[in-house]
Design a protein around this ligand. Structure first.
Ligand SMILES: NC(=O)c1ccc[n+]([C@@H]2O[C@H](COP(=O)([O-])OP(=O)(O)OC[C@H]3O[C@@H](n4cnc5c(N)ncnc54)[C@H](OP(=O)(O)O)[C@@H]3O)[C@@H](O)[C@H]2O)c1
Length: 333
């Protein structure tokens, strides 16, 4: 299979190439693409160097699968071109996610949504992916009614340049000077910013809307009540979430542990009520770690959970490759 990766020099794109290799995805030829800035650079796949090309129409000639992670603008421009050349596009940006006829897929949750796709499949927002992987098995047991999430999102969610902003800001603070902020509204080093994406006139941020809207679409629960406070924290890699989920039926802890322990993609911590994972443990791994599962003292129909995953892997690159694997399994590519 001829596989193009648009955004091959970025955090997500380079992880995609790694995941394709690790999972022995059937790649006969890799086509790494980026902007003019990176044309001529090399990326490595299975120990072999591949030259990065600047994206242009001809780049999608003969491509079967195109994994996109170059942001919304390039996705809007190039996904229809790739599809017109016969490729199936799995897109990591937010460009297509809420379009009615575009599947928004987490393979553990709604693989059936891939049936009848029209060439573009959207990969959900990173924070939303880990939330729905944890919530779906509980929904199947008890019927989900309401979800309240507070996220603790690492800077890698903003891309490569954000890693430098945290590193340089942290060094500045430790040396006694003021950290600079270029990408974030306030300095991120040793700080916590309840502000991811633009905040609108209702006081809700873009990232919060993503959690609210995408989770309903993926879980096919249009009536679900979702509220979110999305927070950026000075962590390099791995998103964490404190979730309170309220169900139609009163959940027993025993059934909740059973549902989560059998759920695909979930790693339930050993002592689910007390133990938990942290971003430094989740970084570089595949599962969605669920811990601190407990009954909410103030509402017998609610459970609280602590959910951690690698935003670059399950939140982006791994989920995209899993979608491609599912397309092959279903004969849809
Ligand atoms: N990081 C995450 O946790 C995460 C999770 C889910 C989804 N996503 C989404 O994935 C996308 C990429 O994120 P990232 O974290 O990998 O960002 P990144 O590290 O900044 O990388 C961006 C990549 O896109 C390429 N690019 C930028 N503008 C381009 C253009 N006009 N034409 C062609 N290529 C262009 C860059 O190429 P050059 O080297 O040429 O600049 C680079 O390869 C974004 O849409 C983001 O929202 C990210």
């Amino acid at each position: 299979m001829r596989v193009a990766v648009l955004g091959a020099t970025g955090l997500v794109g380079s992880e995609m190439i790694k995941v394709l290799e690790e999972r022995a995805f059937p790649v006969d030829e890799l086509v790494p693409l980026a902007s003019e800035r990176s044309a001529g650079k090399e990326v490595f796949f299975k120990g072999k160097p591949y030259e990065v090309r600047a994206v242009e129409e001809g780049a999608f000639e003969g491509v079967d699968l195109a994994l996109f992670s170059a942001g919304s603008g390039p996705s809007r421009k190039w996904a229809p071109v790739a599809v017109s050349k016969g490729a199936v596009v799995v897109d990591n940006s937010s460009a297509w996610r809420m379009e009615e006829d575009i599947p928004l897929v987490v393979p553990e949750v709604n693989p059936h949504a891939l049936e009848g796709h029209k060439g573009i499949i959207a990969n959900p927002n990173c924070a939303t992916i880990q939330a729905v992987v944890a919530l779906k098995p509980l929904h199947d047991f008890f019927g989900l009614e309401k979800v309240q999430v507070v996220t603790f999102q690492s800077v890698s969610g903003t891309g490569l340049e954000a890693l430098d902003e945290l590193k340089e800001g942290s060094l500045a603070v430790l040396e006694g000077s003021s950290p600079k902020n270029f990408l974030y509204p306030k300095p991120i080093a040793f700080n916590v910013l309840p502000h991811i994406g633009k905040i609108d006139e209702r006081g809700i941020s873009e990232e919060e809307y993503k959690m609210m809207n995408e989770s309903k679409k993926i879980m096919e629960l249009p009536e679900l009540v979702v509220s979110c406070t999305a927070v950026r924290v000075p962590v390099f890699r791995g998103h964490s979430e404190a979730i309170v989920a309220t169900f139609k039926e009163e959940p027993s802890l025993q059934d909740a542990f059973k549902a989560l322990s059998e759920a695909p993609g979930v790693s339930l911590m050993d002592d689910p009520g007390c133990s938990y994972s942290v971003p430094s443990e989740a970084a570089g791994t595949d599962p969605v770690f669920v811990g601190r599962v407990r009954k909410e003292p103030l509402c017998e129909r609610s459970l609280s959970l602590w959910v951690v995953a690698d935003n670059i892997r399950k939140g982006a690159a791994l989920n995209a490759v899993q979608i491609a694997e599912e397309l092959i399994r279903k004969g849809l590519i």
